[in-house]
Design a protein around this ligand. Sequence first.
Ligand code: ITT
Ligand code: NA
Length: 215
Amino acid sequence: MLRYVTTNAGKVREAREYLDGVEQLDYDYTEVQASNLDPIAARGAREAYRHANEPVLVDDAGLFVEGFDGFPGPYSAYVEDTLGVEAVQRLVERETAEPHRASFRCVLAYCDGEPFEASPDPIDRDDRSAAAAADAAAEASEDDGESDVLPVKLFHGSVPGRIVEPRGEGGFGYDPIFEHDGTTFAEMRPEEKNAVSHRGRAFAKFAEWAQERTQ
Ligand code: ITT
Ligand code: NA
């Protein structure tokens, strides 16, 4: 049984559309410090797999503000907890130029303890090189002397948008201040958000790969 590893109920609601009867594993893996999401997710998936001893899918996401060189990015959860999303919007408004471009990114990291088959699919090739980079970064930061690094497969999704004054009641986190095509994510229904979102795009890749793999 696949476990979707997160402490965030908003993510679980969105993942249900992709993972039939998804079981949440409410496990708070160690978030290593890194300037991008890949090593955080890869390390998290290995740790969660060792903890659960079952296939796991970790979801690490962040908001990258162009005018802040990608901040808060991997620090998005910490910044939400400390400053709050409305303060982020006010800072962007005050400190950066219109049109306040930003993107959401999501990386899904899958680990079941098994190595993955090579595939000629170009999307998979991207994911493999990203996975290799993540592995290298993870290994470089490995301080516990472990030599057997578990294989992890990464799936990426991103969506462009802009930071706006908060609108909408749906979603979670930064959704009220993130506008895509004139609508904030908090104004969208979950299936509308999934159709365009960073998480939806990453899940679509994961679902396609998982289906091919079981054929
Ligand atoms: P887990 O790590 O336990 O999954 P988390 O909420 O800490 O839960 P992330 O580190 O991936 O998850 O999230 C980073 C931040 O980005 C956090 O503040 C989230 O609320 C926010 N976030 C993630 N996905 C989002 C989305 O689709 N819409 C709005 N905010 C999102
Ligand atoms: Na987190």
